[in-house]
Design a protein around this ligand. Structure first.
Ligand SMILES: [Zn+2]
Length: 241
């Protein structure tokens, strides 16, 4: 938690260190701010889920041979940290001609910038593990799945060492260590093989990692860290029930 702003210190940009333009509790004031149709999103700066109805918008029509698409570019001001995110929404023109309507049935989000880390907060993480986890989540959120998997590989090595494995071992030996010590639950042993194989491909082979594979590996690592760190931490801090 950021003591100055009261905002959870991740999974937004603030957690990455040095990337935020605000070093303290700045009261941002946005001139001529408009009311815009609210739409939910996760703020990439502070990591909060918000549904801002304040900001600016620009609307463009893209006319093709048989269809018309409405592109709406917003700058939305986060209700928590007051920083701006750019959001492009698209609506195919087969709904009512009320361009103010931006319900999710009619519109979809084509992109939001900046994006926060995909990683959800996990309690009890050692500092080095938390940093690599967040970096990997950043890569995944920003369409860099190969980099995300390479970081997951590194993450697994850090987790193993934090639990007593020797340093300077091979990646495979770290996966084996977690299996033998039962940190990987028995019913997901096949996942350990998948982590082993995809991690090796990302590091040694000349082909990019598929996004779905990267998401699966990342989700597996998230589950593993909850077992290894969060649940023991909750029990120790008296919140295990
Ligand atoms: Zn925010």
């Amino acid at each position: 938690m950021n003591k100055k702003t009261g905002i959870e210190d991740y999974p937004g940009m603030d957690s990455m260190g040095g990337r935020s333009p605000a070093a303290g509790p700045i009261e941002w004031r946005w001139e001529n701010c408009q009311k815009v149709p609210a739409h939910p999103y996760t703020c990439g700066w502070c990591g909060n889920s918000t549904s801002s109805g304040e900001g600016y918008k620009s609307t463009e029509k893209l006319t093709q041979l048989l269809s018309v698409q409405l592109h709406i570019m917003f700058i939305r001001i986060c209700t928590a940290c007051k920083r701006p995110s750019i959001m492009e929404m698209v609506r195919d023109d087969h709904g009512p001609r009320d361009y103010g309507r931006l319900s999710s049935e009619l519109c979809y989000i084509n992109g939001v910038f900046p994006r926060g880390s995909r990683g959800k907060p996990i309690r009890g993480l050692p500092a080095d593990v938390k940093k690599i986890y967040m970096e990997s989540g950043w890569c995944l959120a920003n369409n860099a799945p190969t980099a995300a998997v390479m970081l997951c590989r590194k993450l697994l090595m850090h987790i193993s060492v934090s639990k007593g494995a020797e340093q300077n071992k091979k990646y495979i030996e770290y996966v084996d260590f977690l299996q033998k010590k039962s940190y990987i639950p028995p019913d997901v042993q096949e996942w350990a093989d998948r982590v082993r194989n995809i991690g090796n491909e990302a590091n040694h082979e000349l082909k990019p990692v598929d996004r779905k594979d990267a998401e699966d590996i990342f989700d597996f690592m998230e589950m593993l860290m909850k077992f290894v760190y969060e649940f023991p931490h909750r029990m120790k801090s008296g919140k295990g029930t």
